[in-house]
Design a binder for this molecule. Structure first.
Ligand SMILES: [Cu+2]
Length: 202
């Protein structure tokens, strides 16, 4: 009888062990949420200044669109090493260049075509690259290159949520496209917990 039960018991124990380690892995992450007030616009990035480990850029490049003579989104936060895909949806040519950190110029192209640029040379994040167009000098956007993937943009009401953050102590900072700023904050993320951090831009 024991002989017949034992393999099953081992299998059950193994499965339970696997399920437990998976649950432990998932529960080891927490989230950071809060409100950024006094922003007057929705173009605020909340980000963990530095996190240990190495991070892989997303396989699917985020898109920076040129539409209605504007960069959309106006602010695009990315993990260092990320390749950004540039689109042109207007029925005329746009150019993309940035004068920052040595600069780059992707040239000019018409509707429908796409170009990529990899933001892989940022040595000390955050690196803020202004997005500009030689053909339309009033166009201005931003790519904010960050050290780790724990960042979020605020919504229309200033709310933000950063999920999947490993438990630990971090410095949380904000970046705003205007002249506004706020002091960074020391925070602790706990396994499965929700840490609240609010900012007031001045
Ligand atoms: Cu343009």
């Amino acid at each position: 009888m024991i002989r017949r039960v034992r393999p099953l018991a081992v299998a059950v124990a193994l499965a339970a062990g696997l399920a437990l380690s998976r649950a432990t892995l998932l529960a080891a992450d927490g989230s950071i949420t809060g409100v950024v007030s006094g922003q007057g616009a929705t173009h605020t990035v909340v980000y963990v200044e530095h996190a240990g480990g190495s991070f892989k850029p997303p396989a699917k490049p985020p898109i920076m669109d040129q539409h209605g003579k504007a960069f959309i989104p106006h602010v695009l936060p990315v993990l260092v090493g990320t390749s950004v895909e540039y689109h042109n949806q207007d029925p005329f040519k746009h150019n993309v260049f940035s004068p920052d950190y040595g600069g780059f110029n992707l040239g000019a192209w018409g509707q429908g075509a796409t170009k990529n640029h990899a933001y892989d040379t940022c040595k000390k994040a955050p690196c803020v690259y202004r997005q500009m167009c030689l053909i339309h000098p009033h166009m201005l956007g931003y790519v904010v290159v960050l050290q780790n993937p724990y960042f979020a943009k605020t919504d229309d009401n200033g709310h933000y949520t950063i999920t999947g953050v490993p438990a630990g102590k971090y410095t949380l900072a904000v970046w705003h496209d205007g002249k506004l700023s706020a002091s960074s904050q020391s925070i602790t993320v706990t396994a499965g917990g929700k840490t609240t951090a609010n900012f007031s831009l001045k």
